[in-house]
Design a protein around this ligand. Structure first.
Ligand SMILES: NC(=O)c1ccc[n+]([C@@H]2O[C@H](COP(=O)([O-])OP(=O)(O)OC[C@H]3O[C@@H](n4cnc5c(N)ncnc54)[C@H](OP(=O)(O)O)[C@@H]3O)[C@@H](O)[C@H]2O)c1
Length: 343
């Protein structure tokens, strides 16, 4: 087995902006993900100044102020400030409502995954962003880790030939049943919470989304449904056309699995800890070709920090164009809900 070290190919994300003014950012919703990942990443980020955190609860507003010495108040207070951008991390079913408020207030929007719970509302937010000239971006962090750039480079170099099959898995044990993921009204369910990661990998790696649709993509989906809670708990999805195929298993109530394998005409790439990676975590990609096995180092990185770089680059470059991959993915999600076979 040989070990290959690749140059980091993610540095293009970090622009030369040292002389530019910091972007004033606020946070809507004092959520677990904000506390654990986004607040620390924003406080330490060279491109942003974290100015305000909005919460519905007075108790939390006091905690925020005491803990971070940052201004706090209600969501309404947040939108009245002179901040440039807002990160929203409410339950999924509320993303559309709060996303709209942010855009209407003329502020750039970084909206947690899954962007909204259907295609129509996603399209509406993206169109409103374009017409208001604000950046509207989904906070799907894994795609900004150098890991994905390394994989894309390996594919570009032809390391496994043409991709014929993607197998991807993202699932974990049940969470506390009070979590919003078990509440239909708040946008619960595994499709919106877990499937979105491997599904976005597939739509990204298989290239131009519209081309995929045009080449007659077939969608087969089976969903383990919890009738009592009226939410989907886990499932399997098969996407295929005449060129390629993807098999995805995902959901809650499973042993932790977070990986994918790309099976090409000339080799296989296996990636572990693919979607959620702690910032100090490092491992290797396995490349198998005939009888040769090569390990490729994946560096440590904080994908939330890289995601914020992407957001600031878009703001500086005035990139207001609709995200076609996101739209295509939401179209697929609608189809999976509508046509998925419920077990
Ligand atoms: N990218 C990632 O790595 C990642 C990881 C986990 C979660 N997420 C996404 O981030 C979002 C939040 O997830 P989370 O696990 O952090 O959730 P959470 O801890 O339950 O936080 C959600 C927050 O939304 C606010 N909220 C507003 N209206 C609400 C309502 N009616 N009911 C409940 N909460 C309400 C609350 O903030 P206030 O009480 O302060 O107003 C609450 O703290 C989701 O969209 C999720 O998919 C992303």
């Amino acid at each position: 087995m040989s070990i290959l070290k690749l140059d980091l190919c993610c540095l293009h994300l970090i622009g030369e902006k040292s002389d530019m003014k910091k972007i004033k950012i606020g946070i809507m919703g004092y959520s677990n993900i904000a506390k654990k990942s986004i607040i620390p990443a924003a406080i330490n980020h060279p491109d942003f100044e974290l100015c305000f955190i909005g919460s519905r609860s007075l108790e939390k507003q006091i905690e925020i102020h005491e803990k971070y010495n940052i201004a706090s108040g209600t969501y309404e207070d947040l939108l009245k400030t002179d901040i440039d951008a807002v990160y929203v991390s409410t339950p999924v079913a509320l993303h559309y409502k709060y996303g709209l408020q942010v855009i209407d207030a003329g502020k750039h929007l970084l909206l947690e995954k899954t962007f909204t719970n259907n295609y129509e509302t996603t399209l509406d937010l993206l169109e409103k962003g374009e017409s208001k000239k604000v950046v509207v971006m989904e906070a799907l962090m894994y795609q900004y880790h150098p890991l994905l750039s390394i994989i894309k480079n390996l594919l570009k170099e032809g390391s496994i030939g043409e991709i014929k099959q993607i197998e991807a898995f993202f699932g974990f044990p049940h969470l506390d049943n009070k979590d919003f993921r078990y509440n239909k009204v708040l946008g619960g369910g595994a499709i919106l919470d877990a499937l979105v990661y491997p599904l976005s990998l597939v739509t990204k790696l298989l290239g131009n989304a519209n081309e995929l649709m045009e080449t007659d993509l077939k969608v087969h989906s089976s969903i383990q449904f919890n009738n009592e809670l009226d939410i989907d708990e886990n499932g399997t999805l098969l996407l295929e056309n005449q060129f390629t195929r993807a098999v995805i298993s995902y959901g809650f109530g499973l042993a932790y699995r977070n990986e994918y394998r790309l099976w090409g005409t000339e080799g296989i790439l296996t990636v572990k800890r693919a979607f959620s990676r702690p910032e100090n975590f490092t491992n290797q990609i396995l490349l198998e070709k005939n009888t040769t096995q090569t390990l490729i180092d994946v560096p440590k990185a904080n994908h939330f920090t890289f995601m914020l770089y992407e957001f600031s680059n878009k703001i500086h470059a005035k990139t207001y164009k609709k995200d076609s991959e996101l739209l295509f993915r939401m179209k697929l999600i609608d189809k999976i809900y509508k046509e998925g076979y419920k077990l």
